[in-house]
Design a protein around this ligand. Structure first.
Ligand SMILES: [Zn+2]
Length: 231
């Protein structure tokens, strides 16, 4: 039996254990043998496939593939002189998304939310924890926008940012909407679904892009022009 660790493209589990369950040996080449293998994720039971060309120590690999009693690591089962990269299909591994130009404290919270989010298919009990982490991300972001005036309650802080012109009316409504969605996450155990989490994630990502990423991309002189025009 051959096993190995791999980031699962289906459930998002990092370094999930995989077992090679089936293989086909193609000997129709003069200088190598191509093994087509199918491996199963131990977390979600879904499969990935790959073609592995091998030119030496083929016997070792076949022994590892057919063994029922011993476990071999994939790279150990291959020759040490193995030079090919192994590409598995499908390749659509879930990735965390961190927009540019965020304050470090916001990145810390968002990393937690994203790490939990990409694993929720395998671990549905992460849905609520991930929702709470997006809420904390928003709180942190609003704190940064309010220059760390974190004494006020979140709703009041959002209103105050609107009054002082740091949030447009649209963004204020947006923030209150995220706030409502995420407080459902912290109070309701059964009603917060994966779809709610996906919506909350999109809102949070967009909010961060509007409030931090985009303003940082505007050159300083055009910001001055805007304030001059206001005056
Ligand atoms: Zn998986």
């Amino acid at each position: 039996m051959i096993t190995f660790k791999y980031n699962c493209p289906h459930c998002g589990t990092e370094n999930s254990g995989f077992e090679v369950r089936a293989h086909y040996e193609n000997t129709g080449y003069s200088n190598r043998t191509i093994f087509s293998i199918l491996a199963i994720c131990n977390t979600c039971c879904r499969s990935i496939i790959s073609d592995i060309p091998i030119s030496d120590n083929i016997t070792n690999f076949k022994k590892a593939l057919s063994s029922r009693d011993n476990y071999y690591n994939l790279m150990d089962a291959l020759s040490h002189s193995y030079v090919y990269n192994i590409n598995f299909s499908p390749k659509n591994q879930l990735q965390t998304e961190i927009p540019e130009n965020l304050p470090d404290s916001v990145i810390d919270e968002l990393n937690t939310a994203e790490d939990l989010y990409i694993q929720v298919k395998a671990k549905p009990h992460f849905i609520k924890a991930s929702g709470n982490a997006y809420r904390t991300t928003l709180e942190r972001a609003l704190c940064e926008l309010a220059e760390n005036d974190d004494r006020a309650k979140l709703n009041k802080r959002i209103e105050k940012l609107f009054e002082t012109g740091k949030l447009t009316e649209g963004l204020k409504d947006f923030a209150l909407r995220i706030r409502a969605l995420s407080s459902e996450a912290s109070h309701t155990y059964n009603d917060f679904s994966l779809d709610d989490l996906k919506e909350l994630r999109i809102f949070t990502q967009l909010f961060l892009r509007y409030t931090f990423t985009l303003p940082a991309m505007i050159p300083n002189n055009s910001k001055e022009n805007v304030s001059e025009n206001k005056n």
